[in-house]
Design a protein around this ligand. Structure first.
Ligand code: DMJ
Length: 556
């Protein structure tokens, strides 16, 4: 591994949950220095809430431990096991990092990790294996000070090595599904997110093992995407259709998405730039290009409203689809961080507008849970930074000749106002729930315990210090407690609009591992002191596993 600045010797021993203590990023600072001052009372409430979230995590964990320990998932209604990720114990691995952050003991789990057989004779998702297992193990390795924490890294390396044959393809793009034992895959089609959500984990694995092969595989994919052109089906710079044929390197359809199938590819353009402390300009360039194109081709606004929507875009037909999915709600957090790193203030406004929509989907449903997919309000128009938030009437008025003359000609110019630091007025009191825009309907009524909106609330809170984001998070947490809790753990919900029916009959017998890795972790951190897993020291992989930021360059 090459720490590119030989003068920076990063000590690994510093307090693990607070990052490498002598690492100060050369990129702009992400977090707000002073998070809103709290009174003792506010502090007590925050700590109480934090403790409740920890107890909820433990409640779900104990259900898994009792009925399904070692399996991928617990089915929270029937108390049976479910193994969609090769049966390597996905919930176990996905939970360890959260336990470390919550200062829970992982001692008894290490022998279980050691025993994991990494090559089941079945088709496994390369993407899920990387984000859940590799991400989980590497993050836990970096966060832990356990004397036997090497077990975590050893297992990560074993998994990494077992996956390597999946990258032996014409362009180095990994198979979508792959049998690590027989090394066979049944399909040549993969998806943008599946192909390009590898870099944080593979770069970190190379860093710790000293074996550059993983980072090299990750870089080949970045170069492939970076150089993809019109002849391969890329028609808008920085926006990549979601289906890829890995045999001929062609982007097969023309639908671009920041939700399902596309999401984390764009997330990783930005995050790998942060991970390596900006040492590889290519990553930053790719991120900015994608965001510029997204804003000009995909984003829509509603006249007079704060809501912004981001839906898939068919680049060939030049058509936006009408459905926004919950997965897209990670975008506000990403844009907010990117706005700071690359000094793009308008991206912060867009982040807030999109978050407005995501939060609204929770607040406007009577369970305080968000549906999985909803439609854009009617009357939507392409995003325009000049007109965003203004009603038709305001716009007509603003353009009237009389108003313009009154403001600019008739009135003598007044001296420029003295520059004053804006006074930040924060309030914990939530405004009334705005009206749901005309024509907006719910296409998929389920809540699947997903984290994205909470993730964006967490990022926004850390970046602005505005406690309103905590209040939104608390509302969502209460929805989860009320409608998802089962006798043994937490379940997904069938219909977020039904609060009156018997809770159990509105539940689905499924508890995805990201409840433990992401949803509870982001909630817990939302109510934690801001230097715990600071965004200036860590970057979260797409499964919310924090990885240490440090200058390094494997791209050459
Ligand atoms: C997680 O597994 C990851 O965040 C992934 O990138 C997409 N979504 C799920 C959680 O919703």
């Amino acid at each position: 591994p090459s720490d590119i600045n030989p003068n920076v010797v990063l000590t690994e021993e510093s307090n693990r949950l607070y990052g490498l203590h002598n690492y100060v990023s050369r990129l702009p600072k992400i977090q707000q220095d002073i998070i809103a001052k709290e009174t003792t009372e506010e502090r007590d409430v925050r700590e109480e809430r934090r403790e409740s979230i920890k107890q909820s995590f433990l409640y779900g964990w104990n259900g898994y431990k009792t009925y399904a320990l070692g399996a991928d998932e617990l089915k929270p209604l029937s108390n049976k096991s479910n193994n969609p990720f090769g049966g390597l114990g996905a919930t176990l691995v996905d939970s360890i990092g959260t336990m470390l952050i919550m200062e829970l003991d992982i001692d008894e789990l290490l022998p279980l990790i050691q025993k994991i057989k990494v090559k089941p004779d079945e088709q496994m998702s390369v993407f899920e294996t990387i984000i859940r297992y590799l991400g989980g193990l590497l993050s836990a390795f970096e966060l832990s000070d356990h004397p036997r924490k090497h077990i975590l890294l050893d297992k990560a390396e074993e998994i990494g090595l077992a996956l390597l044959p999946a990258f032996e393809t014409a362009f180095g793009l990994p198979y979508y599904h792959f049998n690590p034992l027989t090394k066979v895959s049944k399909t040549n089609t993969t998806y943008l997110a599946d192909a390009a959500t590898i870099q944080l984990e593979f770069i970190t694995l190379s860093y710790h093992t000293g074996n550059p092969i993983f980072a090299e595989k990750a870089q080949v994919i970045m170069d492939f995407i970076d150089s993809a052109d019109y002849s391969q089906g890329v028609t808008v710079p920085g926006l990549y259709p979601s289906d890829i044929n890995i045999a001929d390197g062609y982007f097969k359809n023309s639908v671009i998405s920041f939700g399902a199938m596309g999401d984390s590819a764009y997330e990783y353009f930005l995050k790998q730039y942060l991970l390596v402390d900006g040492t590889v300009p290519q990553f930053g360039r790719m991120y900015e290009q994608s965001i510029d194109s997204m804003k000009s081709h995909m984003l829509v606004q509603l006249p007079g409203a704060k809501f912004l929507y981001l839906t898939p875009y068919d680049a060939d037909r030049k058509l936006k689809t009408n459905a926004m999915d919950h997965l897209t709600c990670f975008v506000p957090g990403m844009l907010a961080i990117g706005s700071k790193i690359f000094n793009r203030p308008d991206d912060m406004k867009v982040a807030k507008g999109l978050l407005e929509t995501c939060v609204h989907m929770y607040r406007s449903s009577n369970t305080h849970l968000s549906p999985e997919i909803w439609s854009v309000g009617k009357d939507s128009v392409p995003y325009n930074a000049m007109t965003y938030g203004k009603s038709e009437e305001e716009l007509v008025n603003a353009r009237s000749w009389k108003n313009w003359r009154n403001r600019h000609v008739a009135t003598p110019p007044s001296p420029p106002p003295k520059k004053q630091e804006p006074i930040q007025k924060f309030s914990r009191v939530l405004e009334d729930v705005p009206e749901t825009p005309d024509g907006s309907v719910i296409y998929d009524t389920r809540y699947l315990l997903r984290p994205e909106t909470i993730e964006s609330l967490f990022v926004m809170y850390r970046m602005t210090g505005d406690p309103v984001y905590q209040e939104y998070g608390w509302l969502i947490y209460q929805g989860i407690e009320t409608y998802c809790k089962t006798k043994s753990a937490y379940a997904s919900v069938k219909n977020v609009r039904l609060s009156k029916m018997d809770t159990t009959s509105n539940q689905i017998d499924s508890m995805e591992t990201f409840l433990f890795a992401e949803t509870f972790k982001y909630l817990y951190l939302l109510f934690s002191p801001p230097d715990l897993i600071s965004l200036d020291k860590f970057v979260f992989n797409t499964e919310a596993h924090p990885l240490l930021r440090r200058p390094m360059d494997f791209s050459k």
